[in-house]
Design a protein around this ligand. Structure first.
Ligand code: SAH
Length: 353
């Protein structure tokens, strides 16, 4: 059976070539051709004849296909990708100073069932394969270069789309290795962030197995009863345990753990909530990202007023924890945090293309 080229790290591809007695230069040439030169057609440049034959017989180069595109007036772009088995996932390009952050999905749907998240309501259909994660990047990049050549740089990768990345640890890890590879996509390590709801089995593996990328934890409340209600896996993987592992991840210079705090009106936005959060994170290498709740069809929670969000931040400031309010982008096309759901019919296409 053929396997996907895009599932291999350079090291794995080298092993495959070695096992098949093929010239050692092949994997580097293939990485250069498909990732650096961004070519989709078969590689011919300098590749030995027997390597060309092996590749043709054993590897596939199929990638997820863009099914629909929605672009919002703030330049956010949401792609719905169709996978080979017909499943669909979303990927979002978020503009930032003429460059983009790409928000990748790691699963079709999600098993975590967070009560505030549109994807959570969809349930888990399946994990994404490495090549389906890598493909979201390469195909979005190709689209940008073709459609917005003047600003086609993707600077940051965040695993904040559909799914719990640490629930699909192996595929996410391998995809990160491919993103980071100097011969591959050459993304800098401090430019990749994996966001987790606190999935402990993955956090336990992080320190020894995950390449050097940033971690973000969805905190949302330091109070057990509230966090339980928002993130049901908190009952199984309590915050105290989760924090132990998150805070044990080695942080290089200028590295911070990001704590995401979703703000919901009259639920977790009081002064007391802010003080307890401040006390929990005071003195840590922490950075807080405040995310005002993004509503979606049928959601019961409400977004607090901006004054309330700023007041919450001002309390955190007194604990000297750097805090940023995350700007909402793409909400008119349901592309903002927590609004992704590939099963719900999308709002009418607003694409100018
Ligand atoms: N499973 C990962 C990635 C999910 S999405 C995690 O839980 O971290 C990335 C961020 O968006 C998470 O912090 C998530 O809690 C947040 N989010 C989910 N639904 C949201 C919503 N409706 N409004 C705002 N943020 C939301």
């Amino acid at each position: 059976m053929k396997t996907s080229f895009y599932q291999y790290t350079l090291k794995e591809l080298k092993e495959l070539f070695q096992q098949n007695n093929l010239p050692a230069s092949g994997p580097g040439l293939l990485f250069n051709w498909h990732y650096k030169k961004r070519k989709s057609e078969p590689c011919t440049a300098d590749l030995a004849k027997k390597s060309i034959a092996y590749v043709a017989q054993n590897l596939t180069f199929d990638l997820p296909v863009i099914d629909t595109i929605q672009a919002s007036t703030d330049k956010t772009v949401k792609f719905l990708f169709k996978l080979q088995d017909g499943q669909k996932v979303e990927t979002v390009l978020i503009p930032f100073n003429n460059k983009y952050t790409i928000c990748l999905s790691s699963q079709v749907g999600c098993a975590m069932k967070c009560s505030f998240c549109h994807t959570g309501l969809q349930g888990l259909a399946r994990h994404l394969k490495t090549e389906e994660i890598v493909g979201q990047f390469t195909e979005s990049q190709k689209w940008l270069t073709q459609n917005r050549p003047e600003d086609d740089k993707i600077l940051n990768i965040v695993f904040m789309g559909q799914g719990e990345p640490l629930h699909n640890f192996d595929a996410v890890k391998t995809a990160c290795e491919i993103f980071l590879s100097q011969h591959g996509l050459s993304v800098a390590d401090q430019k990749i962030t994996i966001s987790t709801a606190g999935y402990l089995p993955g956090l336990e593996r992080w320190k020894n197995e995950m390449p050097d990328v940033n971690i973000a934890l969805s905190l949302h409340s330091p109070i057990t009863a509230k966090r339980d209600q928002l993130i049901p896996i908190n009952k199984r993987y309590p915050l105290e345990e989760v924090l132990k592992y998150v805070q044990a991840i080695p942080q290089g210079k200028n590295r911070f753990v990001t704590y995401e705090y979703l703000l919901i009106e009259d639920f977790n936005d009081s002064d007391e909530d802010a003080h307890l959060t401040g006390k929990l994170l005071e003195g840590k290498t922490a950075y807080i990202s405040l995310i005002p709740f993004n509503p979606f069809p049928g959601s019961e929670y409400k977004r607090p007023k901006i004054e309330k969000v700023e007041h919450f931040k001002s309390i955190l400031d007194t604990y000297k924890i750097p805090t940023l309010i995350r700007a909402t982008k793409g909400d008119e096309i349901l592309a903002a945090c927590g609004q992704l759901n590939s099963k719900v019919p999308s709002v009418p296409d607003q694409s100018p293309f």
